[in-house]
Design a protein around this ligand. Structure first.
Ligand code: HEC
Length: 439
């Protein structure tokens, strides 16, 4: 029984037809948990929009103030850290949600006629989400932001003919600076949201025109029809709540990264991109020299084109996974490559911080000065001088090493170890390496 308030409102706004278009859309085969990813993505976009609006209240898009304004949000604004956390983790969650949504669409062959346009608009939405992630990454204006963006822009520069021009457009000049930050900000908060809203509208419009695809066999689709409301709405709502709780828990529990303020003169800084760009970052490590453009633009462009045109490339009329071995193998192979690269990248990232840079430099010096000509470490090198495999345990004293390196004979009379021409930095690095050689 409709409430009296509803009846009152309905007689003024004529809600009945609206409710019918919004909620009575038939779902072939009935409601299912597998259809929730699209609305989860949409929900996350709304969350990003709302948290983004609140962040914009305090954020200042200039090199002088951006970093400080983020710190201010974190430290002085009520719930500032939480809202920034929601926005940060919401972005990650959005990538996951849209990825799952695409995976489901792919698996169910839901991109096949008559839904090719819906798929293509969806690929456009995916690219917009990536553009959001890329532009948003620069905004905190910390070291990682600055140098990761530098890498991204330089990659665009490798495109022949237009690369140089695009690079200037992105930077707003010859260098990454104030103009870059303000245009990234404008793109992130104005251009991209507007484009995204348009494409979402187109996506949903097409969905309403052709209807959802439903199960992969027509027989099962015809067996049962069920309106969008109430069961699918309920499932979508449960998932939205779950997604929100996860994002909120991450925002509370995981402290957000903010490296030092961006320093354009510190070219030694090695940035690490967000996890969803890591697989690509890993790929870039393997291609050098003349092959580089292959990874920086040929391959990405090719992947995007294939994704976009996939409904026309895949001519197999069947939607049943078992009858689409080629498409599914291609998809599985693609995911395998992406996730292997991601795995390798993550494991090497975790390996890196354990090595102190001084130790790494010391190790390089050890090789450069040919210490292995006399010394042995873990079975490698000469045997005329003491084995250094565990010298960090037997000689834990830093001063001793410094003195010994300056003049071996001063601490070991009669030593034939040469005096190496080492400056203070090299002395320190070599000593750090010696001290790191422990059981
Ligand atoms: C020509 C052979 C020779 C070369 C090359 C050489 N050493 Fe030595 N090193 C010795 C000898 C002999 C000793 C033992 C006497 C001493 O303590 O000076 C020694 C001792 C050491 C010790 C002390 C080990 C201990 O347990 O007491 C360290 C540390 C060391 N060397 C590091 C290095 C490093 C690092 C290099 C390269 C920059 C290097 N050595 C190059 C011959 C060499």
């Amino acid at each position: 029984m409709p409430s009296r308030f509803y009846t009152w409102l309905d007689s003024r706004l004529r809600l009945q037809p609206v409710q019918e278009t919004l909620l009575d859309e038939p779902i072939p085969g009935g409601a299912s948990w597998i259809y929730v990813f699209g609305s989860a993505t949409l929900f996350l976009f709304v969350l990003q929009a709302i948290t983004g609006m609140f962040l914009a209240v305090y954020y200042a898009p200039t090199p002088d103030h951006a970093y400080d304004s983020i710190q201010f949000i974190e430290q002085h604004v009520a719930f500032g850290g939480f809202v920034r956390g929601l926005h940060h983790w919401g972005a990650s969650a959005m990538v996951v949600a849209i990825g799952l949504h695409m995976l489901q669409t792919f698996l169910y062959g839901a991109y096949k006629p008559p839904r090719e346009l819906m798929w293509m608009v969806g690929v456009g939405l995916f690219l917009l989400v990536m553009a959001f992630a890329f532009t948003g990454y620069l905004l905190p204006w910390d070291q990682t932001a600055y140098w990761a963006t530098q890498i991204g822009i330089n990659m665009v520069g490798t495109i022949p003919l237009v690369g140089e021009f695009l690079m200037r457009v992105m930077r707003g000049g010859d260098q990454l600076g104030a103009l870059t930050l303000s245009r990234f900000f404008a793109v992130h908060v104005l251009f991209l949201p507007a484009s995204l809203v348009l494409l979402v509208a187109a996506h949903l419009f097409i969905l309403r025109r052709v209807g959802p695809a439903g199960p992969w066999t027509d027989r099962r689709a015809e067996l049962r029809q069920e309106p969008f409301y109430p069961r699918q709405v309920y499932m979508d709502a449960v998932v939205m709540l779950g997604v929100f709780l996860i994002v909120a828990a991450l925002a509370v529990a995981v402290p957000l990264p903010l490296t030092d303020k961006a320093d354009p003169s510190d070219t030694s800084f090695v940035p690490v991109p967000e996890w969803y760009f890591l697989f690509y970052y890993e790929l870039l490590k393997y291609v050098h020299g003349p092959l580089e453009p292959l990874a920086t633009w040929v391959l990405p462009l090719l992947v995007v084109l294939i994704m976009l045109l996939w409904p026309f490339i895949d001519q197999n009329p069947s939607r049943h996974p078992v009858k689409r071995p080629i498409a599914l193998s291609a998809g599985a192979l693609f995911l395998l490559v992406v996730f292997s690269l991601l795995g390798v990248s993550i494991s090497s990232l975790y390996a890196v911080p354990r090595v102190d840079p001084a130790v790494a430099r010391g190790k390089a010096l050890y090789a450069q000065f040919g210490c292995a000509g006399c010394h042995r470490i873990h079975g490698e090198g000469g045997a005329v001088a003491p084995d250094l495999s565990f010298v960090g345990d037997t000689r834990p004293d830093r001063e001793w090493h410094l003195k010994h390196f300056r003049d071996p004979q001063s601490v070991s009379p009669g030593s034939f170890m040469p005096k190496f021409p080492l400056d203070d930095q090299q002395l320190n690095d070599l000593t750090s390496y010696m001290l790191s050689l422990k059981k």
